[in-house]
Design a protein around this ligand. Structure first.
Ligand code: GLU
Length: 561
């Protein structure tokens, strides 16, 4: 028997049931019939049920790149590490992705169902495909059984450490690569346990160049490690599965975290050995956080914002998080947004080659600003719908309150919103709504004033407050236009000795008791118990004449005691 025949014997001994070849798989998973330039991308998380903000960032890039090129975006589940799996991990993940409108065209759509012709899309169900590929590499002498025990490998590591050698299973240290095929066959027949390793032909003394769409050419040492391709549980390692899956799913660009850059030389060699066309790479930056002046990775343990569920629970609109991530992906997003105020973020074209490769900083303050803008663009109906949907799950008290009188709530939500000249920007998340509108609800307003009114005593004394309230109660009318109403307030303010021209007031503040802003400020606090609110005319219009007068009189009496 020549060596080739012996290798076939070895391959048949290891995989007796596998009769198909890579050529058969090439036919089963043919090249996709897509438009020129169409990109096929994939998001490939482990089913831990936890979607990290970095995962959302990556999957957003995947979806945009696929959608904007009329390609396909796949969700593939990488469940070869059975220890990391949790129950319902897939559906949890899909639910969280959908909450941010990240929708895949292909791959898993529920715990067990998938769309597309290139499946299965769960790695644990692709064992057969990996075996076909591994068997073929055994026949070519590029994959071999390794009989080293965990103990052997520990010893190897220790000796390498001592000798200050590069750690790993390679070259002279790769003991099992030197067994003859006959020896390997004999060991297997003697029931020795083994795993399968790749036989690398590389040398770390030579260089290779990896093409990265984001970073350009990256030079690194060739791979020389005989990495494990199939583990003792029969499942592949990430490296082998990456090559096999991305090839047979006909992925064009693998968007993945920068932590995979050092493995790219190995992946190149695997693609070559398998006879596959190289996939393109886009290694995305890790999402970092500024922690007292130094950048560090977002930690699952320390930073609640590392989990996308945090943003859902806090009540950030999905679009806010997505738009903020887009500003990190492409720094020209903000300019685009300014020029396209009413456009949907889906219309923005993500450019991978413009992605900033040096650490993406996640800044909650910036997110807050973006979110305020996003919410300010919503009509009252849109906002109310989103808030109700959220509150139903995360804040039943708010949900019940808003529903007590939905018609009234609609008016509350319309304050400084629909067609207003000035749109309120005091909501960054749904949780901000109650603290900034509670006073529109009589019961909450009354609870709040129980602990006293928040008049600014540094500006006006009690008597002046009382004088203003009295004066205003005398002129209040619900039926005036805003202009007429304001003229009346000014007239009253002047009579009481307040300046109605802010410029004039600033020049000679001592000539007056105060300014018109102080006067409206008193009315504002009496009505809302807050010093900053949207326009009080609009607030009074919604409260109605009776409630307005009640509140003012009540404030007056409390202050008069
Ligand atoms: N399951 C891998 C991870 O979560 C996927 C990496 C990749 O996208 O290739 O890191």
């Amino acid at each position: 028997m020549n060596n080739e025949e012996k290798l076939i014997e070895l391959a048949d001994l290891i995989f007796p049931d596998i009769t198909e070849t890579i050529a058969d798989l090439e036919k089963r998973y043919p090249k996709r019939d897509l438009e020129e330039g169409a990109e096929v991308t994939r998001f490939a998380p482990s089913p831990t049920g936890f979607l990290h903000i970095g995962g959302l960032f990556g999957s957003l890039i995947d979806m945009k790149v696929a959608n904007q090129s009329k390609g396909k975006f796949i969700l593939r589940i990488e469940d070869t590490d059975r220890k990391r799996e949790v129950e319902n991990g897939v559906i949890e993940l899909i639910t969280q992705m959908r909450a941010f409108n990240i929708i895949n065209d292909e791959g898993l759509v529920s715990e067990t169902e998938a769309l597309g012709e290139y499946g299965p899309y769960k790695q644990s169900e692709r064992e057969y495909i990996y075996k076909v590929c591994a068997k073929e590499l055994i026949k070519k002498g590029r994959v071999y059984p390794c009989f080293c025990t965990a103990e052997d490998l520990d010893k190897l590591r220790e000796s390498q450490e001592k000798a200050k050698q590069i750690p790993g299973y390679y070259g002279q240290y790769a003991r099992c690569r030197n067994y003859s095929v006959d020896e390997a066959i004999e060991r297997i027949k003697n029931n020795k346990e083994y795993i399968l390793r790749f036989r690398s032909l590389g040398s770390h003394l030579r260089k290779v160049k990896i093409n990265d769409i984001i970073r350009g050419k990256i030079e690194m040492a060739q791979n020389d490690q005989d990495i494990v391709v199939i583990k003792s549980d029969g499942l592949p390692t990430y490296h082998f599965a990456h090559a096999v899956d991305d090839h047979f799913m006909r992925v064009t660009t693998a968007v993945r975290g920068e932590e995979w850059i050092p493995s790219s030389a190995l992946h190149m060699e695997l693609f070559e050995a398998l006879g596959f066309e190289q996939v393109k790479y886009a290694h995305t930056p890790t999402i970092m956080k500024n922690d007292n002046g130094s950048k560090r990775k977002l930690s699952k343990r320390k930073d609640p914002e590392s989990a996308v569920s945090f943003f859902i629970e806090e009540g950030y609109p999905a679009d806010s998080v997505i738009e903020y991530l887009l500003t990190i992906i492409n720094s020209d997003y903000e300019l685009w947004r300014k020029a396209n105020k009413t456009a949907n973020w889906r219309d923005f074209e993500v450019k991978l080659n413009k992605l900033n490769s040096s650490g993406a900083l996640f800044d909650m303050i910036k997110l807050t600003d973006v979110s305020k803008e996003v919410i300010s663009r919503l009509s009252s109906t849109e906002l109310l719908e989103l808030v109700l949907e959220w509150a139903k799950i995360y804040d039943t008290n708010l949900y019940n309150l808003l529903n007590e009188d939905l018609e009234y709530t609609k008016k509350v939500f319309a304050i400084e919103r629909d067609n207003a000249t000035k749109i309120r920007k005091d909501f960054a998340k749904y949780k901000d709504i109650l603290p900034n509108t509670f006073y529109m609800y009589n019961r909450l307003y009354r609870e709040d004033i129980n602990s006293g009114f928040n008049f600014d005593s540094s500006k006006l004394d009690i008597n002046s407050v009382k004088e203003i309230l009295e004066g205003y109660i005398g002129i209040h009318s619900d039926s005036l236009s805003k202009e007429d109403w304001f003229n009346k307030v000014k007239e009253m303010a002047e009579k009481l000795g307040y300046c109605t021209n802010m410029k004039e007031y600033k020049q000679n503040p001592d000539d007056f008791k105060g300014s018109i802003a102080d006067v409206t400020g008193v009315i504002r606090v009496a009505l809302t118990n807050r010093q900053n609110t949207p326009d009080i005319y609009a607030i009074m219009q919604v409260l109605g004449e009776k409630e307005t007068i009640d509140r003012l009189k009540n404030a007056l009496s409390m202050k008069g005691e």
